[in-house]
Write a protein that binds this ligand. Structure first.
Ligand SMILES: NC(=O)c1ccc[n+]([C@@H]2O[C@H](COP(=O)([O-])OP(=O)(O)OC[C@H]3O[C@@H](n4cnc5c(N)ncnc54)[C@H](OP(=O)(O)O)[C@@H]3O)[C@@H](O)[C@H]2O)c1
Length: 399
C-alpha cells in the first residue's frame, strides 16, 4: 500500500467541520458550469487542480496549457502523473495548448513556473480572462489581491483599481500566497483579531513537493536537510504583511509586523511544518490562545463555497503532533493543524503548525479563491454571457 493510500484510510481530524462538496443550494439549479482553463496543467500544482476540478459542482475543465514540450499532445500523453488516483477521464483527452490567450474558457488558473507566469498571466488578463494564480510573480503588486478568503476577502475591492491601472477590460489577476505563508497566516489571523500581534519568529521544515517536479535532486535531500530555499524567507517575511493588512480604497496598507523566517527543505513528501514563536499585544493565557484558534470559523458566505472548511484551524492536544504523515490531510488538506501551544521564554507563545503545501498552499487555495470570485459574480466573461443568454454561469443563474 502506498503512503498516500494509507493516509486516505486514516480518519480525517475534525471531520465534523468538513462541508459536503455539493452543498450549495444554487448549484442544484445550475444551467451551466463555468468553463475553466489551467495554465501549467502538467505540473504538480496543475495536476492537483485537474483532480479537484474533476467533480467540481461549479467548474468544468475545458482547456489545459503548458510548455512547448507538452503542447499538441493529449493531456494523458504530456503529463507525468504523480497522484495516486488515475487521470480523470474528463482531462485525459484534452489537447494541451500553448500559452496563447485564446482558450475556450471563462477564466484560467495559473500553475505556471515563475519563469513564464508573470508575462503569461498579464497577457491572459489583458485578453479578458480572470487569472487565479499560484505563482509568485504578481503577489506583491500594488493593485493585485493576495487572497486567502478566510483572511482578507475585502482585498477583492482592489480589482477595479487594477483593471483601471492596467487598462484591463474584464480580465484581472488574483493570487494566492506562497505555500508556507498560507498555513502560517491562517493561524495568525484569529490571534491577530483576539490579541493583536507584535512580532514573530518562524522556522519551517518544508516538503520536497513544494519545489515542483522534479524538484530537489534525491542525492541532495535523502537523509539530509537543506537550510536554504531560494527567495522563501523573503516571501514569508513580506506576504503576511499584505495578507493581514488592509485595502484602503486605493492601496494596500501593510500590517507592520516584525517577522523573521528561517526556511529549510526536509525529506518529507507533502506538508510544511513550521515552528512559530510570537509576541502578542494583549496578555493572553495559553488556554485563551487555544480557544481563539479553535473558535476560528468562517462566515456563512465562505461556508457555502464547495472547497471551504468551516474550521480552517484544527488544534491538537497530543504532545507530538502535528506530523506531516498523520495530519497533512486534515480538512481535506485545507486546514492548518496546530499543536504544542506553550509559553515562549523569549516572546509570549510558541506552537507548531502544519499545512498541505499543494492543497492549502496551492491548488486548493486557488480553487477556493475562484469559488469566492464566482460567488461574488466576478468571473463572468462578458462576451460569453452576452453572446449566449442560456450560458449564464452557475452562481448567477441561481439568483
Ligand atoms: N509545489 C508547491 O507546493 C507550490 C505551492 C505554491 C505555489 N507554487 C507555485 O505554483 C507554480 C507551479 O508549481 P509546481 O510545483 O506545479 O511546478 P512544476 O511541477 O515545475 O510545474 C510547472 C508547470 O509550468 C509549465 N511550464 C514550465 N515552463 C514553461 C514554459 N516556458 N511555457 C509554458 N509552460 C511552462 C510546465 O509545463 P511542462 O510540463 O510542459 O514543462 C508545468 O506545467 C509555480 O509558480 C510555483 O512556484 C507551488
Amino acid at each position: 500500500m502506498s503512503l498516500d493510500s494509507r493516509r486516505r484510510k486514516q480518519p480525517i481530524r475534525n471531520a465534523d467541520s468538513r462541508i459536503p462538496r455539493d452543498k450549495s443550494a444554487h448549484s442544484k439549479k445550475a444551467q451551466r458550469k463555468y468553463k475553466v482553463g489551467i495554465l501549467g496543467a502538467t505540473g504538480l500544482v496543475g495536476q492537483h487542480l485537474v483532480r479537484l476540478l474533476a467533480d467540481h459542482p461549479w467548474f468544468q475543465l475545458t482547456e489545459v496549457a503548458a510548455s512547448e514540450r507538452s503542447s499538441n499532445k493529449t493531456y494523458a500523453e504530456a503529463v507525468r502523473w504523480h497522484l495516486d488516483i488515475p487521470i480523470p477521464a474528463s482531462a485525459r483527452e484534452l489537447v494541451v495548448k500553448s500559452l496563447d490567450p485564446a482558450l475556450d474558457c471563462d477564466f484560467v488558473f495559473s500553475a505556471l513556473d515563475s519563469s513564464v507566469a508573470g508575462s503569461a498571466e498579464e497577457s491572459f488578463a489583458r485578453a479578458g480572462y480572470p487569472v487565479v494564480s499560484n505563482a509568485k510573480n504578481h503577489r506583491m503588486d500594488a493593485d493585485v489581491p493576495l487572497l486567502i478568503p478566510e483572511i482578507n476577502a475585502a482585498h477583492l475591492a482592489a480589482i477595479p483599481v487594477q483593471q483601471k491601472n492596467r487598462g484591463y477590460d474584464h480580465g484581472f489577476i488574483v493570487t494566492n500566497p506562497n505555500c508556507s505563508t498560507a498555513g502560517l497566516v491562517l493561524v495568525l489571523k484569529p490571534l491577530a483579531d483576539a490579541f493583536g500581534l507584535e512580532k514573530m519568529f518562524v522556522v519551517t521544515m518544508q516538503a520536497v513537493s513544494g519545489a515542483g517536479y522534479p524538484g530537489v535532486p534525491s542525492l541532495d535531500i535523502l537523509g539530509n536537510v537543506v537550510p536554504f530555499i531560494s527567495g522563501e524567507e523573503e516571501k514569508m517575511e513580506a506576504e503576511p504583511q499584505k495578507l493581514l493588512g488592509r485595502w484602503d480604497g486605493s492601496r494596500f496598507v501593510e500590517a507592520g509586523l516584525g517577522i523573521s523566517a528561517h526556511c529549510n527543505r526536509v525529506p518529507v513528501e507533502n506538508g510544511h511544518l513550521e515552528c512559530l514563536s510570537l509576541s502578542l499585544k494583549k496578555i493572553a493565557t495559553l488556554r485563551e490562545v487555544r480557544e481563539a484558534l479553535r473558535n476560528f470559523t468562517v462566515s456563512d458566505e465562505l461556508a457555502a463555497l464547495p472547497t471551504a472548511v468551516k474550521n480552517p484551524v484544527v488544534v491538537l492536544d497530543e504532545e507530538n503532533r502535528p506530523q506531516p504523515r498523520r495530519d497533512v490531510d486534515a480538512g481535506n488538506g485545507m486546514a492548518a493543524v496546530v499543536g504544542r501551544v506553550r509559553e515562549c521564554p523569549l516572546l509570549d507563545v510558541k506552537l507548531t503548525l502544519l499545512s498541505h503545501n499543494l492543497l492549502r498552499g496551492a491548488a486548493g487555495a486557488a480553487l477556493l479563491n475562484a469559488e469566492l470570485l464566482a460567488s461574488r459574480g466576478l468571473l463572468t466573461r462578458s462576451r460569453v454571457a452576452a453572446s449566449d443568454p442560456a450560458a449564464v454561469p452557475v452562481t448567477q443563474a441561481a439568483e
